[in-house]
Write a protein that binds this ligand. Sequence first.
Ligand code: NAP
Length: 286
Amino acid sequence: MTRIIDGKAIAAAVGNRVREDVAALAAAGLTPVLAVVVATDDPGATWYVRAIGAAARRLGIGCHVHDLGPAASAAAITGLLAELSSDGRVHGIICQTPLPPAVPPGLAAQQIAPIKDVDGANPQSLGMLAAGMPGAFPTATAAAVAEILDHEGAVLEGRRAVVVGRSTVVGKPTALLLLARNATVTICHSRTEDLAGVCREADSLVAAAGRPKLIGAAHVRPGALVIDVGISSVGGTTTGGVAGDVDTGAVTGIAAAVTPVPGGVGPVTTMQLMRHTADAARDLAG
Ligand code: NAP
């Protein structure tokens, strides 16, 4: 039987730990503060920023949204990120995407000091993660995948893990976190030959391609843990549904467990962002 992993319950468990950490910091006179820089009116981004604010409030974390509007210039965005990086009252910084078309995302992220880069956006953070250096945060999504696998008791050491997707936001940092847990990691992408065959080698399979139903029965080894990171809109904007990368019906009875979409990786990602912000506040306080 295939278990559906309850991402909301895992997020609640992470939230409880963060709340305790935040209370301990507050007792020492420190309230963690997350700054969210927004330069878009994308509805998905607006929804996510609201969710971040609500989660921060519930946990006692300060959340300051800096909305520059969708026409913000590169100079305004990079200037604000640099200012926040040197502001001692701010502990975590994220720059919401999408950015205005004229602003290269890498340019903005490079202005976020790695110690405050709680969503692992600065390429320097990814480099530090790859080098196994302390002091850098992985992206919240990659941290969420690792958290779910840990929570599910996945045996990673010495076992095969396959990540479908090689983006700097999900695929690469996730692969690095699994490698750090001593898994034997394969990264797949759009040019991978025999995707199903490679995925079938996985004890832990992470799907992060953004292609609905890409992963079916032929991709899953019996007993594998399957983490579905994909979120794609389906059925048009009025009906508003989302789908993951995994054809859950097809893998039921083959996988040991699978995360649902929605209600799997998403809620855990938001909580990892909160955890990183509390950790950054503690690190900055020395
Ligand atoms: P992305 O930048 O578009 O990267 C997608 C990756 O998937 C690329 O590496 C691409 O390969 C690969 N890919 C695409 N089609 C494929 C195929 N048919 N077979 C094998 N690989 C294929 O997307 P992303 O930012 O990594 O996000 C991936 C998904 O996760 C999206 O659905 C996104 O919405 C979702 N997401 C979820 C969360 C969350 O918290 N739950 C957070 C972030 C993203 P190439 O490199 O060869 O093009």
